[in-house]
Design a protein around this ligand. Structure first.
Ligand SMILES: NC(=O)c1ccc[n+]([C@@H]2O[C@H](COP(=O)([O-])OP(=O)(O)OC[C@H]3O[C@@H](n4cnc5c(N)ncnc54)[C@H](OP(=O)(O)O)[C@@H]3O)[C@@H](O)[C@H]2O)c1
Length: 213
């Protein structure tokens, strides 16, 4: 996922650095092959970028360099999969979106949820110029206006319309087991799916847990 986003960002003429969990040397061959033009760096160095995309298994979020990310604008492109991440109660709580849990861990970073609800295949194959009638859309959720605006510009430059989903708490509408997840739709339909969330099966589960029904 990280390499695919890097390729899209390079095509949009961003300067791109990539980090894994180890030293840059360990990923140099991978980066040279999968995202030529990107530069391998440490996670702490990547945290200093103007915009940081987090695309690691969500169950490992506590291994992120939280201190280095203070003040950073951060895209949360991650999803919780218990089959893969293991059973982690705080990531499976209908009272909070997984992005809110990440935000609590990252403190003063400005977390914005997006890129997570489309498959890596669709991201790479559906990117289109603005105005193309077949252009698809990505939903964006966040609490910080400047970070959300920067991320919306990033998403648009990557090749997708940006649809505002509201606060980071609303990021729940982008998570696995929602109608939006793996949807491959244009802006009007993404908006309609977001608006129908509370009538969906997942929406009813969340509403019941929150005592809304
Ligand atoms: N695949 C998709 O279609 C797709 C679509 C949307 C969203 N996502 C989400 O994107 C995330 C990544 O998925 P993936 O399929 O790309 O997983 P993956 O192939 O397992 O890659 C995970 C990467 O995370 C790195 N990593 C782990 N801990 C790290 C840390 N503390 N600091 C820096 N890097 C770290 C690993 O680097 P090392 O090897 O160096 O540890 C590895 O390169 C998941 O949350 C997934 O749900 C995936």
């Amino acid at each position: 996922m990280g390499a695919a986003i890097a390729r899209l960002a390079l095509a949009a003429e961003y300067e791109v650095v990539i980090a894994g969990s180890g030293s840059p040397d360990r990923i140099a061959t991978f980066v040279g092959y999968e995202a030529p033009g990107a530069r391998p760096v440490t996670a702490a160095d990547a945290a200093a970028a103007n915009l940081v995309v987090l695309a690691i298994p969500l169950g490992k979020f506590r291994s992120l360099p939280a201190e280095a990310l203070q003040g950073a604008h951060v895209i949360d492109a991650m999803n919780y999969w218990w089959e893969y991440d293991g059973a982690i109660a705080e990531l499976n709580d209908p009272l909070t979106s997984t992005s809110e849990t990440l935000q609590a861990f990252l403190g003063d970073a400005r977390v914005v949820k997006t890129l997570n609800h489309m498959s890596v295949y669709a991201l790479e194959h559906e990117a289109r110029e603005a105005g193309d009638p077949e252009r698809k859309a990505l939903a964006i959720a966040g609490d910080h206006d400047t970070a959300v605006a920067q991320v919306a510009e990033f998403v648009e430059r990557l090749g997708f319309d940006a649809v505002m989903a509201g606060s980071l708490a609303q990021g729940m509408k982008l998570e696995p087991h929602t109608a939006l997840f793996a949807a491959d739709e244009d802006a009007a339909e993404v908006r309609a799916i977001l608006d129908r969330f509370w009538q969906s099966q997942r929406g009813r589960v969340v509403a019941r847990a929150r005592g809304l029904v």
